[in-house]
Design a protein around this ligand. Structure first.
Ligand code: 5GP
Length: 217
């Protein structure tokens, strides 16, 4: 019996959740550990935090540069979040999906809504969205304060935005109520494993179709 090989189209996995939900860590860890997944590095006008590297954590752009790239249509989506612009460059996404790699995007609820509205089949067929929920306001506060990377004013703004952001969880196909890092990662990985098995993502090669008449391809 010959080996059954189905090529797969990549997943466009949009992950949102309030600051401190651990969504960036989940996306980064998954793409570091899984050779078929890549993290879409976003562009932003916010200043780098200590230790953040240009081109790795974000592409750090001036507002002028960001806006001219937006005018040239270089972004798949962009939005103003916490007073700064954040956006996903098309170049970080489309070639990977077409090559069968899964793209993980950590973006806010406005950006997710803009991607849901896209009509390009390459995007709509690849799309899946996951919301990472925190169990309550206390947990939210504890995680925000615990990061220690923001001033009190920034923490207050993020808390206010987080409350607003949390209300959007029903818009997402999947919601993960955050427990601890390992449990969250296991749940997240299980969702992607399931999504990878969707029949609609599988595209058999011509050779496979010829070798397996029983599949009716
Ligand atoms: P932070 O400043 O903490 O790195 O990110 C702040 C917020 O911006 C997070 O909610 C994050 O999901 C969101 N964000 C990061 N990159 C993008 C992006 O490319 N597009 C959009 N719409 N939001 C983003």
């Amino acid at each position: 019996m010959s080996h059954l090989e189905l090529q797969r189209r990549g997943i466009l996995c949009v992950v949102s959740g309030p600051s401190g939900s651990g969504k960036t860590t989940l996306c980064r860890r998954f793409s570091d550990e899984d050779p078929s997944a890549v993290y879409a590095t976003s562009a932003t006008t916010r200043a780098p935090r200590d230790g953040e590297k240009d081109g790795v954590d974000y592409f750090f752009l001036t507002r002028e540069d960001f806006e001219s790239r937006a005018t040239r249509g270089e972004f798949l989506e962009y939005a103003e979040v916490h007073g700064n612009l954040y956006g996903t460059l098309k170049s970080e996404v489309l070639t990977h999906i077409n090559a069968g790699r899964d793209v993980l995007m950590d973006i806010d609820v406005q950006g997710a809504e803009l991607i849901r509205k896209q009509t390009d089949p390459a995007i709509t067929e690849a799309f899946v969205d996951i919301f990472i929920l925190l169990s309550g306001e206390e947990e939210l506060l504890a995680r925000l304060a615990g990061r220690g990377t923001e001033t009190q004013d920034q923490v207050d703004l993020r808390l206010q935005n987080a409350r607003e952001e949390m209300r959007h969880w029903p818009d997402y196909q999947y919601s993960v109520i955050s427990a601890d890092k390992e449990t969250d990662f296991a749940t997240f990985s299980a969702i992607i494993a399931g999504e990878r098995c969707r029949s609609t993502r599988l595209a058999p090669s011509r050779e496979t179709a010829e070798k397996h008449p029983e599949l009716g391809l």
